[in-house]
Structures are given as C-alpha cells and as structure tokens.
Design a protein around this ligand. Structure first.
Ligand code: ZN
Length: 326
C-alpha cells in the first residue's frame, strides 16, 4: 500500500528534477548542498548563521522569552532535529529537560554540545548546583568566543569542502565579538566601584560578574526551576537596604514576581529600589531586531546595567558608537 502511494510521487519528482536540471543544474546542486542546522538557543543559532552564511539554513528551537532550563522538545522539534544534517545544543545541563533526548539522538544524527568543549578550568561552579558547572557562558563575550570556535569546527566537520568560507566568516564574527568585549569593559568600568552589584531574577550573570568585576546576586538559584524562599527574599531586602543598592534588574525569560517582592520589602524599610531595566538572560530579543542578535543582546544588557548603576555613557550603546563610525 505504501509502495503504491510512493511510486507515482517518485516518478513525478524525478521528472521535475530532470526538467530543472536542464535549466539550472548549478543552483540545484547548491540547494541540495545547504547544511540544515537545528540549534537549541537563539545565541547558538545566531553564531551558526553568521559562520555559515548562505551555505546553511538554521532553525532555532527556543525563541524570544523562552526559558531553556524548563524547555521540552515538541513534536515538530523532534521532526526537525531528525531531518537536520547537524544539531547544535548548548550542554552543561542548560537544556536540563532535553539531555536524555540528545543522548538518544546522538546515536542517529550528528549532535554537538557546543559549550561542553570549553576548558573546565574556564567554567564557574555554583554552590547550589552541586557537581555541575554554571551553563550561562554566553554572558561573557570572551568565554563565548570559545563556543563560537566550537560551532565553527562543527560546521567544518559537517561540510569540509566549505571549511575555508566558514573560517573566513568566523574570523569576521570573532573580531566583532572582540569589539563587543572591549565596549563592555569600557562601559562597565565607568560604573562607580561601590555600585558594581547586579541583582537579577536568577543566577544567569556569574560569567558577566567574573568578566567585568561585578558582584552578582540572583534571587532564584542557577536554574529557574528552584523557587526563591521567603527567607531568601527577606535576607536580600536587608542586604539591599544596608548597602544602599539603588537598582535591580528583571529578565525577559523569567517572571518578575520575586523582584517585585524585593522592591516592596525594601520600600517597607524606607529604601527605594528602582527596576534598572529588563535584561536578556537566557533568550535574545525579537527576531529581526538588533536585540534579536547575540551582539545586540549583550550590548543592550551592558548599556542598561552601566547606565542604571551610574555610568555616564551614551544610551545608544555600542550600536550607537558603530553608527557614528567611531
Ligand atoms: Zn538560566
């Protein structure tokens, strides 16, 4: 029954291909040769697009505002990953609900956990995340550059004939990331030293803190799955009041409920805390916007944090700097 259904389709497809081959064999070869990539997070997908250019098609599973710690693969994700030439996931237990699925998929498809290749001594551990590393490595552009190298290697291994083109694109992208790290360093150094404290909804900014000399306090633990207890909130309120911390930050992929409790608690003790802005932690901004790219996401975070904590820098950030040609 299946064979009867399939064979007319095959014949028709063969005829179509035959006809098209006469017209444009070159474009057909190129279309068939395009590397189909599925990536879990937007940050990985963005790097794959920049490195692959028009030699790849990239689909990101997790869009703007999606929390990777709790994400489970959908039916259509499974279909896309099974058909893809290359599946890129982050690893380091970021996609906690999908680990088992990737282990299974690795037997059938080319699957690469791009952050797992980072040297272990460059990774942060976390007291409430026993025996595992902090997965949020994209928060430090310099650490993320190591992941971009790994993504470049994965693309080249899948299509060795395009390795030179990938290397060239990667080199351009890596220079932009170096410029991003330099901008971040410059902007954040302008924050007064006693204000270099970053209070956020969950512990996503450990690598940011290490890179730029900020103390980082997350209300929730390293994963959004752990709920902040009332004790934890009241401890943090006392800390904010005692240290006169004036701004805290919400995240686009995490509920701001705990942050509001913190602000109310501090208010009750007569200390006013503002929301310094909304940061992209585990997901980028909307597709097609500057914040929907990795560089735009980090520029936004750096500029928002630096400005809210007292640095005298242009609100337009690195994007503004680039636009002025300086
Ligand atoms: Zn996170």
């Amino acid at each position: 029954m299946k064979r009867n259904f399939a064979s007319p389709m095959l014949t028709r497809r063969a005829t179509l291909l035959g006809g098209m081959a006469l017209i444009s064999s070159a474009s057909l070869v190129r279309a068939a040769d395009t590397l189909a990539i599925v990536a879990t997070t937007g940050m990985i997908a963005d790097a794959a697009r920049r490195i692959g250019g028009d030699l790849v098609t990239v689909r990101a599973l997790m869009g703007p505002g999606v929390d990777p710690h709790g994400y489970r693969q959908t039916r259509s994700d499974i279909v896309a990953m099974t058909r893809a030439d290359l599946v890129l996931w982050h690893g380091l237990y970021l996609e906690a609900q999908m680990e088992g699925f990737f282990e299974e998929l690795a037997g059938k498809s080319t699957v690469v956990a791009v952050a797992e290749a980072l040297p272990k001594d460059s990774l942060l551990s976390h007291p409430s995340y026993d025996g595992r590393f902090d997965p949020h490595v994209w928060m430090d552009p310099t650490t993320w550059q190591g992941v971009v190298s790994e993504i470049t290697a994965a693309l080249s291994a899948a299509r060795p004939e395009h390795a030179d083109a990938f290397a060239q694109n990667a080199s351009t992208y890596q220079s932009e990331l170096t410029a991003l790290a330099a901008y971040a360093d410059d902007a954040l150094t302008k924050v007064p030293e006693d204000q270099r404290v970053l209070v956020t909804a969950h512990d996503a900014f450990g690598y940011f803190g290490r890179a730029f000399g900020f103390e980082v306090i997350g209300i929730q633990g390293i994963s959004t799955a752990s709920e902040a207890g009332l004790n934890r909130i009241s401890e943090l309120v006392d800390d904010l009041v005692a240290r006169k911390i004036g701004a805290v930050f919400v995240e686009t992929s995490v509920s701001d409920r705990n942050m509001r409790a913190l602000i109310e608690g501090a208010g009750a003790q007569g200390h006013e805390v503002r929301i310094g802005g909304s940061l992209f932690s585990d997901a980028m901004g909307s597709d097609g916007t500057y914040e929907g790219t990795y560089i735009g996401m980090i520029d936004h975070n750096v500029t928002t944090i630096a400005t809210a904590l007292g640095a005298d820098i242009p609100a337009s950030g690195m994007q503004g700097k680039l636009a002025q040609g300086s």
